[in-house]
Write a protein that binds this ligand. Structure first.
Ligand code: ADP
Ligand code: ZN
Ligand code: ZN
Length: 816
């Protein structure tokens, strides 16, 4: 007898190991690593497994189940990808299954659902309990129910016990229904039925149709279109012939035409490609320095001030890769992935570009996946947000990480908690590809790595076309208050700058890093302030909707007229957000158009683009927004940028707060003066002497870097020490507290004083979960992998304690 065959698969769940299933010899011959199979796991749930290995070693501890179905004919994940995912799982301390789940477009992860059917033979209703009867009754009306529907009917979550009872009593049976979510987009085409192949029968047809005028026209139009020998879409024929779909349908029913379907791509770009721009001498020099650096270094930090023309330099590097037949991955922060940058690159590279980001539908993302997998001409350049690092590249030559300092490259929730920039370095290495990190305000660690000669370093500190850097003015709010030169949240200086810009038909951007109307609502009689019932945080007042909202969960309620504690109507608001600024502006500049860009106004697939488009079209004179405004947008008519309250950015309890504040302010300032004249930036603050503000005002990155680096060294933070953050969450405070203390003791036993905490974050409860943190600092000489092993061991012990098991345990490596 032949010995049996097995496959190891990973499942999209947070369990470390792979699982073994049995397959037939034929199946074993067909299956390859990287193909998907449908398998059942646990409570008869069906999952999409990914094949890691095919072998003949029977598992010792359990009996291998058979697979349900093979889902692919060829692998959809490459072995390079698998080793990349493996690296991510190890480095970020999560399971390969979690990486797999994050990597594959969700439409490729088929889902299964348990479906309940009625047993036709069953009639004796009298044996049914109340809840059982409800299900039975529902099945009289519809032929099947999903478990979800059963839960809805019963108004509770736990329905399996009742289902099992019903099965026992032979009332119902259940089946697993699997469905794959991805559906190719099919377009309807028409062709002539084969019986009309010769001219004679055609003539006959036309004379037959001479009474049916519309049908006659349809046939004639068809021949007109058909002259080009191209497939004819049903829709095009209807339009061209001016007929309804009913007319076409009638012709199909008469067997004159027939319909057929062709698969089409959902997203297509125009194929025009314009020549690249000529670089100026500074860009030219930067380009050749980057190329030179690549002779020795894998990674180059490209430090080019805002508006220096980095994109044009990237374009040259991309062009060189394409000429060598290599693929290019161009990473951008999600929010910067707008029409602006896409259309700029599209102008040069036309239909060689594919875009991959979360606002695309699940089906669109599947298509990009297959195009990259098949190395299609249209997938030579991938423009994407962080998750684009998971695509099935076969032939990468270059990775560009634009705005490399951006915090949105880091994924915090859910696991894998990876940093796409860092994970992309490993990807580049696997492909022996080069990498450019571009930024006007590099992250401290990248700049540090450049000073250590780990990366090459190229700077470009001339704006393109002699555009001057903006003039930056710090306004002392204390003084303005004292001299009564404030109007709402505006100093007289800022107001006069705004007026000046508007008078000259120029546009203004105002930056306020809080959305809503005001972050705190307070009763002036008793001091009570409404809190979110689910989170430990004050509710934010949103005036337009007249409601209070929590920015951590999505709780919302109407703004009360009276204080919830003492009943008086003395409710006041404190602090200010984008809504309030917008309202003040409307009162101050009634003849101008004011726009607002924040999370509240940019929901939906095109929300962001609509506002950007209106601003570009100069339909908006003053745009108020949150940090969204700082990301890679390029407007040619903005001559003033105002930062309403710089202090709010400096007061975050985070070791990176100053670095981030610097980056954000320099980036928003960079939106000013892109036109032919010098722009202005006005920064309002209560602390004009603050070192960071001085560094911003003098555009002195170096000074910021040196000072911050000293702090990091002194207080043992990155880039010197590495950090692993551990978070526990549970709905009972006491459980979290006991858990974190146990954990602290255990970790301290191993790492001593390098364990910080336990600490409570500034928002100590979110969505009814209490939160506690610990931070492990890893000194430069301590092995990272050994440290992780020890942490993992302690985690395993923790999770073996019964009372700790329900606590959520989150590990975040490089949690910054
Ligand atoms: P950065 O990305 O460094 O902020 P951009 O690449 O957006 O700068 O360039 C700023 C502006 O200058 C853009 O409008 C761009 O079209 C223009 N520009 C840059 N380089 C050139 C060039 N070589 N020729 C013509 N225009 C250029
Ligand atoms: Zn009160
Ligand atoms: Zn909340």
């Amino acid at each position: 007898m032949n010995s049996p065959y097995f496959i190891d698969v990973i499942l999209p769940i947070p369990i470390q190991k792979a699982f073994t299933y049995s397959v037939t010899q034929d199946e074993a011959g067909f299956i390859q690593k990287g193909m998907r199979v449908a398998v059942s796991f646990g409570n008869n749930n069906m999952y999409t497994g990914l094949v890691l290995d095919i072998h003949q070693n029977e598992p010792l501890l359990y009996e291998a189940k058979e697979i349900h179905q093979i889902l692919d004919e060829t692998p959809i994940v490459s072995s390079k990808q698998l080793s990349h995912w493996q690296w991510i799982a190890e480095y970020y301390m999560c399971s390969l299954g979690e990486v797999y789940k994050a990597a594959l477009p969700s439409a490729l992860l088929l889902e299964s659902e348990t479906v309940v059917f009625k047993n036709q033979g069953f009639t004796d209703e009298s044996i049914l309990e109340d809840e059982e009867f409800l299900i039975f009754e529902a099945l009289q009306r519809q032929s099947q129910l999903t478990i979800h529907q059963v839960a809805d009917i019963l108004g509770k979550q736990k329905v399996m016990p009742i289902i099992n009872q019903l099965i026992k009593k032979s009332v119902i049976y259940i089946k697993e229904e699997i469905y794959e979510q991805y559906r190719p987009k099919l377009e309807k085409y028409v062709r002539l039925h084969s019986q009309f192949a010769d001219d004679h029968s055609l003539e006959k047809l036309l004379s037959e149709l001479s009474n049916a005028k519309k049908q006659h026209t349809a046939v004639l139009t068809f021949f007109q279109l058909n002259a080009a020998k191209k497939a004819i879409k049903a829709k095009d024929l209807e339009k061209k012939a001016g007929i309804s779909s009913a007319v076409l349908k009638a012709l199909v029913d008469k067997n004159v035409f027939e319909f057929y379907h062709l698969q089409v791509d959902r997203i297509t770009f125009q194929g025009n490609s314009n020549p690249l721009k000529h670089l100026n001498e500074f860009q030219e020099k930067a380009l050749s320095q980057i190329q030179e650096s690549f002779l020795e270094k894998e990674i180059v930090l490209f430090h080019g001030i805002t508006s220096s023309g980095k994109t044009e330099v990237y374009a040259k590097l991309i062009e060189a890769q394409l000429q060598q037949g290599k693929q290019v991955l161009f990473l951008l922060p999600e929010i910067a992935l707008t029409v602006q940058i896409i259309s700029r690159l599209e102008q040069y590279f036309g239909d060689q570009i594919s875009v991959f980001h979360s606002k695309y539908s699940i089906n669109e993302r599947v298509e990009v996946w297959y195009h990259v997998l098949e190395n299609k001409p249209k997938a030579q350049i991938i423009l994407g947000a962080r998750s684009a690092i998971f695509l099935p590249f076969s032939n990468l030559g270059l990775i560009v990480v634009d705005e490399e300092h951006e915090s949105s490259y880091k994924q915090f929730e859910p696991s894998p908690r990876y940093n796409a920039r860092d994970a992309a370095m490993v990807l580049a290495k696997m492909h022996q590809a080069k990498m450019v990190l571009g930024s006007a305000t590099p992250s401290l660690e990248s700049y540090f790595n450049a000073t250590q000669h780990k990366y090459g370093y190229v700077s470009l500190n001339k704006r393109f076309g002699e555009v001057k850097m903006p003039k930056i003015e710090l306004i002392d709010l204390k003084e303005k208050q004292r001299k009564k030169q404030l109007n709402g949240h505006f100093s007289d200086t800022l107001l006069s700058y705004i007026q000046q810009a508007l008078d000259q038909k120029e546009q203004v951007i105002l930056f306020q890093n809080r959305r809503g109307f005001s972050p705190i609502v307070e009763c002036t009689t008793c001091g009570f302030s409404p809190q979110c019932p689910n989170c430990d945080v004050s509710l934010t007042y949103h005036k337009f909707k007249h409601e209070l909202r929590c920015h951590y969960c999505s709780y919302q309620r109407a703004m009360p007229n009276n204080c919830g504690a003492c009943g008086s109507s003395t409710i006041d608001t404190k602090g200010f957000g984008t809504e309030q600024i917008e309202l003040e502006l409307k009162a101050l500049f009634p003849d101008f158009n004011i726009g607002r860009m924040d999370l509240d106004t940019t929901r939906g697939k095109f929300g962001f683009q609509k506002i950007i488009g209106a601003f570009e079209a100069k339909e908006i004179d003053i745009l108020v927004g949150t940090q969204m405004l700082s990301k890679g947008l390029d407007f040619d008519n903005v001559s003033l940028v105002g930062i309403l309250n710089a202090d709010a950015m400096l007061n975050f309890p985070d070791f990176r707060a100053y670095e981030r504040a610097f980056q954000m302010m320099v980036q928003v300032s960079g939106r000013s003066g892109r036109a032919l004249k010098q722009g202005n930036v006005v920064i309002q603050t209560f602390n004009p002497e603050h070192a960071i503000l001085q560094q911003v005002a003098n555009a002195n990155y170096e000074a910021m870097f040196r000072e911050q680096l000293q702090e990091r060294s002194k207080y043992k933070y990155p880039p010197y020490f590495r950090l692993i953050k551990i978070t526990l969450k549970h709905k009972e405070y006491l459980k979290v507290d006991t858990g974190i203390n146990w954990l602290f003791q255990a970790l301290q036993g191993v790492f001593g004083e390098n364990v910080l905490g336990p600490s409570t974050p500034s928002v100590s409860r979110i969505r009814n979960q209490y939160i506690k943190n610990l931070v492990i600092k890893i000194p430069p000489k301590q092995s990272l992998s050994a440290t992780k092993k020890q942490v993992q061991k302690i985690k395993d012990t923790f999770e073996a304690v019964k009372e700790f098991r329900p606590i959520r345990f989150v590990i975040d490596v490089d949690a910054y």
